[in-house]
Ligand binder design. Structure first.
Ligand code: ADE
Length: 231
């Protein structure tokens, strides 16, 4: 899977992607993450890519032209960023996602479907008051699949964290990304309480015991216990 992230603040996500499972997934070429800065597509020498909203009001709006140019550039790049999963000859399945608090709420089922159906996700992070509404129309007219997604019922200061959340949640469903030690929650359920040594943990004069069953070595009973406690 290739992730193309359009943002004026790539540094907000770089260190996250350069850690742990996503770092390993990139190294092993199961996923590729590329950043595009709309500022690089601004026409004037000052790289201005936002302006005041028509009709007045606070904040600034991302101008249509640099945004369209940067999205089109990411889409064209889809053919060249080849990860292990995607043979050069294969038609590139691309989806353009606008991150916005007014979008459809992203969930686990979508993450799984994106991983299955697409091999390129273009994630557009908005900022300030938003993006000129004509950007979406132009990209739709170019016949690309578009979706407006929210990562939750709250408003953040920008779309960078939401883009990172989509990359993370989708990547986990790409075969090879999770190692043996990590597993997809579908197999076991989520929210199962876990424990490690010591068996009896003391704090503030009180003793906290790990459930005996987990130390019994009785695999069938342990699985039953875990099933019972999965959410
Ligand atoms: N931008 C600001 N808040 C957001 C949210 N909740 N989801 C997606 N993009 C956003």
């Amino acid at each position: 899977m290739n992730f193309h992230i359009i943002t004026i603040f790539p540094e907000a996500l770089e260190s996250y992607f350069d850690s742990s499972i996503l770092k390993r997934a990139q190294k092993n070429k199961f996923i590729k993450i590329k950043f595009y800065n709309p500022r690089d597509y601004a026409k004037d020498k000052h790289k201005v890519m936002d302006d005041k909203p028509f009709g007045g009001g606070p904040g600034m709006v991302f101008k249509a032209e640099p945004m369209i140019k940067v999205i089109v550039s990411a889409i064209s790049n889809s053919k060249f960023l080849i990860s292990k999963q995607i043979p050069k000859s294969k038609f590139q399945k691309i989806k353009v996602i606008f991150l916005t608090p007014s979008g459809k709420q992203f969930n686990q089922r979508m993450a799984r479907n994106f991983a299955k159906k697409y091999d390129n996700l273009v994630l557009v992070s908005g900022h300030y008051e938003g993006i000129d509404a004509r950007v979406e129309k132009v990209i739709k007219n170019l016949k690309f699949k578009i979706e407006n997604l929210s990562v939750g019922p709250y408003v953040l200061t920008g779309g960078e964290l939401p883009a990172g959340i989509v990359v993370d949640a989708v990547s986990r469903h790409i075969p090879g990304v999770l190692g043996k030690k990590e597993s997809l929650e579908e197999k076991r359920g989520v929210g199962i309480p876990t424990y490690t040594r010591p068996e009896v943990f003391e704090y503030g004069g009180k003793k906290y015991r790990a459930p005996k069953i987990l130390l019994s070595g009785h695999h069938k009973k342990i699985e039953e216990w875990r099933k019972k406690h999965a959410k």
